[in-house]
Design a protein around this ligand. Structure first.
Ligand SMILES: Cc1ncc(COP(=O)(O)O)c(C=O)c1O
Length: 389
């Protein structure tokens, strides 16, 4: 076991947490935040900022940009040019503003399903059309379907593609070759790719994720959204960045995030991300050891104790994607039953679009004892569900 500090159970009830707004006795393993305290260095930096006592308007400073540049450069060999780096309050605001900046009403936005459900909201809420291209599934591994992507990109109404790397919910790290081929298709058909890399820093020890923009020659069509919020559990702080080497994309998206009023940090946004990237690296390595030990434990537990379910092996994210199609074609009635019977609350695969039917997503970023509790409840739920029928 990597690090005992992650064994601590922090009571998140009555802390304003969305995830833990559940009945007594229920165990929430759904929304993607972690039940761990953030890195001590982040808490210390925030404490100092609070003690300063003055909370007027603020802007990202040089230290903030340097922290991103050195973290992604040192860990992933990605040389971000600081002039391409723009602050934004969150990754979802980047998605929604991008739709407004780079597409017209009625245009298609391509996405590779099953995928983070809010991608759909950012498209539909702006009266654009989500064009799902399901991932190909082969013996528990997921791949891009290039012929189907080419067809979707060739549609004259397709102007933008949302890419999720690493992929939520299937936990895949895309390889350079896969992304290079995708960028070639985008260029050929005049499509821009927004690479959402919010889960990037959460990966199996020894398996770093590959930033899309670390590839040579993709800067004309690709731009990326990055953030410390998943890896350091800072979602409630609201902080992210966009890397836009292409000048036309940068001008349009930067203008749009300003119009949408999501371009200015709060007092804590930059303090937290700077401390995380500069001083939280060792903590992050320990977190990844802990999370991937949880993933391995959960996979083995399911294989040995719940033979009806198939866990999908992944090298990134703390989200386990589980194939439940042997017991249900639609996971929603099963999950209603599971919550009612055992109190376990996980996410239904259907919300992630085509290809998600009959799967569930389980958040494993929790102390091991809670993960064990969750898996026991899952087993009990599956046994009762089977006997019910
Ligand atoms: C792929 C992906 N993008 C974005 C977000 C949310 O980003 P933010 O909180 O910065 O808006 C999530 C949260 O689960 C996510 O999984």
């Amino acid at each position: 076991m990597a690090n005992k500090e992650f064994d601590e159970i922090v009571n998140r009830r009555h802390s304003g947490s969305i995830k833990w707004n559940v009945k007594d006795g229920e165990l929430p393993m759904w929304v993607a935040d972690m039940d761990f305290k953030t890195a001590p260095a982040v808490v210390e930096a925030l404490r100092k900022r609070v003690e300063h006592g003055v909370f007027g308007y603020c802007a990202p400073d040089q230290e903030w940009a340097d922290a991103y540049v050195s973290f992604y450069g040192d860990r992933y060999g990605w040389n971000i040019n600081p002039k391409d780096l723009v602050f934004c309050l969150g990754v979802v605001p980047v998605l929604s503003s991008s739709v407004r900046a780079l597409t017209s009403v009625g245009d298609n936005v391509v996405l590779f399903t099953p995928v983070y459900n809010i991608f759909f909201n950012s498209i539909v809420n702006n009266k654009r059309v989500p064009l799902p291209v399901p991932l190909l599934e082969e013996n528990g591994a997921f791949h891009l379907n290039y012929p189907a992507i080419e067809k979707a990109f060739a549609d004259e109404k397709t102007t933008l593609c949302f890419f999720c790397n690493p992929h939520n919910p299937v936990g895949k790290i895309f390889a350079k070759e896969e992304m290079g081929r995708l960028a070639d298709l985008a260029r050929k058909h005049g499509v821009r790719i927004l690479s959402d890399e919010i889960h990037g820093p959460v990966s199996r020890p020894g398996h770093p994720y590959v930033p899309f923009l670390s590839l040579d020659g993709v800067e004309d069509v690709v731009y990326s959204a990055i953030s410390p919020t998943k890896a350091f559990n800072l979602a409630g702080i609201h902080t992210a960045a966009i890397v836009m080497p292409n000048e036309e994309i940068r001008k349009k998206v930067e203008r749009q995030i300003n119009t949408d009023e999501v371009a200015e940090p709060n007092v804590f946004s930059c303090v937290a991300s700077t401390a995380a990237f500069n001083e939280g690296r060792e903590w992050l390595d320990n977190l990844n050891e802990y999370v991937f030990a949880n993933r391995d434990y959960a996979e083995t537990y399911i294989q040995e104790n719940i033979p009806e379910l198939i866990p999908i092996h992944g090298d990134a994210t703390y989200l386990l994607w589980v194939d439940c199609r042997k017991i249900c074609a639609d996971s929603r009635p099963f999950l209603e039953f599971l919550r009612e019977k055992t109190g376990l609350f996980v996410s239904a695969g259907e919300i992630y679009g085509p290809g998600g039917e009959g799967f569930v997503r389980i958040n494993l970023a929790a102390p091991r004892s809670l993960v064990e509790d969750g898996l026991r409840r899952l087993k009990e739920g599956v046994v009762s569900f089977r006997n019910k029928r």
